[in-house]
Ligand binder design. Sequence first.
Ligand code: PLP
Length: 384
Amino acid sequence: MTHSVPQCDPKANYLAHKEAIDAAVRAVLESGWYILGKEVTAFEAEFAAYVGVTHGVGVGSGTDALLLALRACAIGPGDGVITVSHTAVATVAAIEMAGATPILVDIDDERFTLDPALLEEAIRSWRGRGVDVKAVIPVHLYGHPAPMARIVEIARRHNLWVIEDCAQAHGAWIDGRRAGAWGDLAAFSFYPTKNLGALGDGGILVTGDDGLAARARQIRQYGWQQRYISEVPGINTRLDEVQAAILRVKLAALDAENERRRRIAARYDQELTVALLRLPTVHGNVTHVYHQYVVRSPERDSLAAHLRSQGIGTLVHYPQPVHCQPAYRDRIAVHGDLPHSEAAAAQVLSLPIFPEMTDADVDAVVSAVHAWVAQPADAAEQAA
Ligand SMILES: *Cc1c(COP(=O)(O)O)cnc(C)c1O
């Protein structure tokens, strides 16, 4: 009897909050007001307060939140934006949507996040070549925060905007402040599988700066200050009332759900110290929120195939660094070689982790990994 475990399960999270979500959705449907109303306004205030900043601007997706953050900083054609290649392609896509030039640097091999030493080198090198480097986007990948104190210090010294990509780090802490409270602005996604997920698309930009918030609000809706009168060229990217109402219900549970993710991770940490697997580690005074629990193995594909045969879902985040993907290779700016990004892409595997996973689910994953570890030995015995 196999005990199947999916890699993630957004439906289980809906069911965990079904009554409250259904009631919240019904109230919006019956209100007759569906775009930018009181649910969005309330959620923006609640989410900004949760992060510890003053403004939230609800938008249509995490990608749009990044785009709007760049546009609010007046970053566009001719400007350079430094980020990593080992990330969701959305980070890089948003920079190009703004018309700016992405410059990709390598990650630190332990955290999977932007290496601050390379940030400083890349700023000097690309400015030396005449690119007006204006911003850096650190990505708190998998829920482990990037080293923000150092990144912000370097950015201030070189006069760069800092835009945090928090799409995988809702609720993470760094030295007593939340991820998203360190940069000039931060972008969050509410894609259904994120730590805080809508039941559809959604995102938010947060900032402590009144001027940036006002510009972002304007650009979010056609550049309007006053209805139908565009003051600046804008776009349309709005969080809708239904999603905001759902997110208000789920935000109240986010800390407890992240705590459950940490408990699952702690069990994996304890049980999976086996040959051929490198487990994730936590660095600095931070809390990891385990959007993903990512192991590394030179035998990654064999492990994934074995787990699949046992009914255990896994995913690879991400199988190719952005600079190797067909849309970008041979044209995107990279700072030197990116050996850690390329090695990560070849070795990473995301095990199942979501708040509704039961202890029995965790046991099933652990046993299936142990069986895989035992396999080569069995094969050797049979051969002998
Ligand atoms: C999910 C994600 C995004 C994009 O969010 P969408 O809501 O899908 O547009 C951006 N960056 C990272 C790191 C992500 O994981």
